[in-house]
Design a protein around this ligand. Structure first.
Ligand code: LM2
Ligand code: CA
Length: 456
C-alpha cells in the first residue's frame, strides 16, 4: 500500500531506545538525538504489563493504560512533545498479538487480571483456543494456522479476526496517536494474519509510519512479503546476512540485495541488531561487544548502504537473557559513550557520524564499488559520499575511484571539520581519485557535508 509506505524515508535514521524511560528519552532527544540529526526514536511498549525485573515483562500486556516500567501517561506525552520539539518523532512498540502468559496478578499500573480475563477489555471469548499440541502453544512454524492462532510462549493469543478485538486494539493505537506518536512497530506481526493488521490500521485516525516484525524462517509458509501491504517489514535476512558477513569477515558480497528475494529496500526496515537478535539463543549474535570491531563496522555499512529504513539499537550491557535495564531506565550517556551499564550506541562516534553521511547522500545510488579482497569494500553514493570498510586485521592503503567533486574532505569516522581543518584524517580528491590508508578493523567515510583540510 503506497500511502502507508510513503511514510518511509530511507535517509532518516531510527534509534531503538531499548529499556529507556520516557523522562530519559526526553532529555536525550534534547541533549543529543535531535542535534545529531536522528529522526526517530522507537520506544519500548508503553502499555501496562506484568510486574517483574526482566526486560520481557513489557511484552506481556495486561491493559491498554499508558503506564509501564518506563513511565506514566503524562511522562509519555511529555517525551513525545519534547522529542518533537527537538525534531525527533516517536515510534511505539505495539504489542497487539497477545496479552499475558502468567495466570493472574496485578499489572504495573494497578490493574488486576488473570490470563484470558482483563477486566474492561478482554474476556475468554476474545482469545484463540487453537486446540493443538495439548497446551495450545506454537510448535510447528511450518503450519500457518498454528503460528497465527496458537500461543507464542503461552501468551494469550488475541482473536484479531474479531470486530470487537480489532476495535479495542485500534482504540489503543489511536490513543497513542492522540499523544503524538508518529509510528508503530507491530510486535509479533507474523503471528497476526496480514489482513487483520490491514483492518486494524484502516481504523487509525491518521497515517503513520508502520514497521512490522515478521521474522523470516527458511521454508516457513508465512512470508515477510505478505505484510508489505501494511507498511515496512523488518527484514531479518538482512540482519542475519550482516551478522555472518561481519563476524565471519567476508563482506564483499554485500553490494546489492535486490536479487536476494528479500522485501525491496523501499519496504524494509533494516538493522544490525535489535533486542531479540542480540540475545539470540541459536546463533552467535552480532552485538555490542563482538570481536574485531564487527558491530561498529556493520553499522558503518548499514548507514552507508541504500537498502532500507535503518534502525540503530541503543541499549545496555547484560549478563544473561533476562537482565533488565539498569536503574529504572535512567539511560546515562555523556560524550561519545555511556556509563552504569548503558551503552549509548547512538553516541558512538562512527555511528553518529554516519547519520550525517546518510542525510547528505540522500537517495543517491550506490556507485564505484571496489573490493580488492573479500574483507575490504569501498563504495560511493552518487556525487556526495564515499565509504571504505576494512574488516582485515592489517591497514589498507588504496587508491579509490570516486564521483566526489575535487576537494578535500574530512573522514567523519576519525574526526570532524573544526574551523576548516579535520580533527581526524583528511582525503584529497583529484580527478575522480584519492589515496588513503584505512587502519585495521576500521572504516573511512567522507561526504560533501564535511569538508576540511588535513592529512590522511
Ligand atoms: C516479539 N516478537 O515477536 C518480541 O520482539 C519479543 O521480544 C517478545 O518476546 C515476543 N514477541 C512476545 O511479545 C519476549 C521475550 C520472551 C518472553 C516474551 C514475553 O523474548 O522470552 O517470554 O517477551 O514476556 C517470557 C519468557 C518465556 C516464557 C514467557 C511466558 O522468556 O520463557 O515462556 O515469558 O511466561 C513460557
Ligand atoms: Ca495470533
Amino acid at each position: 500500500n503506497v500511502t502507508l509506505n510513503a511514510r518511509q524515508n530511507p535517509t532518516e535514521v531510527i534509534i531503538q531506545m531499548f529499556g529507556w524511560s520516557w523522562d530519559s528519552i526526553a532529555a536525550e532527544c534534547e541533549a543529543f538525538i535531535g542535534p545529531a540529526g536522528y529522526s526517530w526514536v522507537q520506544v519500548s511498549p508503553p502499555q501496562e504489563h506484568i510486574t517483574g525485573g526482566q526486560w520481557w515483562t513489557e511484552y506481556q500486556p495486561v491493559s491498554y493504560k499508558i503506564q509501564s516500567k518506563r513511565g506514566n501517561r503524562s511522562q509519555f506525552q511529555n517525551m513525545v512533545s519534547r522529542c518533537r520539539n527537538s525534531g525527533v518523532r516517536i515510534i511505539a512498540d505495539a504489542v497487539i498479538n497477545h496479552m499475558s502468559a502468567i495466570n493472574s496478578g496485578t499489572g504495573v499500573g494497578g490493574s488486576s487480571f488473570s490470563q484470558f480475563n482483563y477486566p474492561g477489555i478482554y474476556q475468554r471469548q476474545d482469545f484463540h483456543t487453537c486446540n493443538r499440541n495439548g497446551n495450545n502453544d506454537i510448535m510447528n512454524y511450518n503450519d500457518r494456522y498454528e503460528v497465527q492462532n496458537c500461543e507464542l510462549n503461552n501468551l494469550a493469543d488475541l482473536a484479531t479476526e474479531s470486530d470487537y478485538v480489532r476495535g479495542k486494539i485500534a482504540a489503543y493505537l489511536n490513543d497513542l496517536l492522540s499523544l503524538g506518536v508518529e509510528g508503530l512497530r507491530i510486535d509479533a506481526a507474523k503471528h497476526i494474519p496480514t489482513g487483520d493488521i490491514s483492518n486494524i490500521l484502516s481504523r487509525l485516525s491518521r497515517v503513520v509510519y508502520i514497521t512490522q516484525e515478521v521474522i523470516f524462517g527458511p521454508g516457513e509458509p508465512i512470508l515477510p512479503s505478505e505484510y508489505t501491504r501494511n507498511g515496512d517489514v523488518q527484514e531479518f535476512r538482512y540482519t542475519y546476512t550482516l551478522r555472518d558477513a561481519f563476524l565471519g569477515g567476508t563482506i564483499n558480497n554485500l553490494r546489492d540485495f535486490s536479487t536476494w528475494g528479500w522485501v525491496a529496500g523501499g519496504q524494509a526496515n533494516a538493522f544490525v541488531a535489535n533486542h531479540d537478535t542480540e540475545r539470540d539463543h541459536f546463533a552467535t549474535p552480532l552485538k555490542y561487544d563482538s570481536p574485531n570491531n564487527a558491530y561498529v563496522l556493520a553499522h558503518v555499512f548499514s548507514l552507508a548502504h541504500p537498502y532500507g529504513q535503518p534502525s540503530v539499537l541503543s541499549g545496555y550491557s547484560w549478563s544473561n537473557f533476562d537482565t533488565g535495564a539498569p536503574d529504572n531506565g535512567a539511560g546515562r550517556c555523556s560524550g561519545s559513550g555511556g556509563s552504569g551499564g548503558w551503552l549509548c550506541q547512538h553516541r558512538w562516534l562512527a555511528i553518529s557520524a554516519m547519520v550525517g553521511f546518510r542525510r547528505t547522500v540522500g537517495t543517491a545510488a550506490l556507485n564505484n564499488w571496489q573490493s580488492p579482497a573479500n574483507n575490504r569494500i569501498a563504495f560511493g553514493r552518487g556525487t556526495t559520499g564515499f565509504v571504505a570498510i576494512n574488516r582485515a586485521t592489517s591497514a589498507w592503503t588504496g587508491t579509490f575511484t570516486t564521483s566526489l567533486p575535487n576537494g578535500s574532505y574530512c573522514d567523519v569516522i576519525s574526526g570532524n571539520p573544526v574551523n576548516g581543518a579535520c580533527s581526524g584524517f583528511a582525503v584529497n580528491v583529484s580527478g575522480g581519485r584519492f589515496t588513503a590508508t584505512i587502519p585495521a578493523l576500521s572504516a573511512l567515510a567522507v561526504h560533501t557535508g564535511a569538508r576540511g583540510t588535513g592529512t590522511g
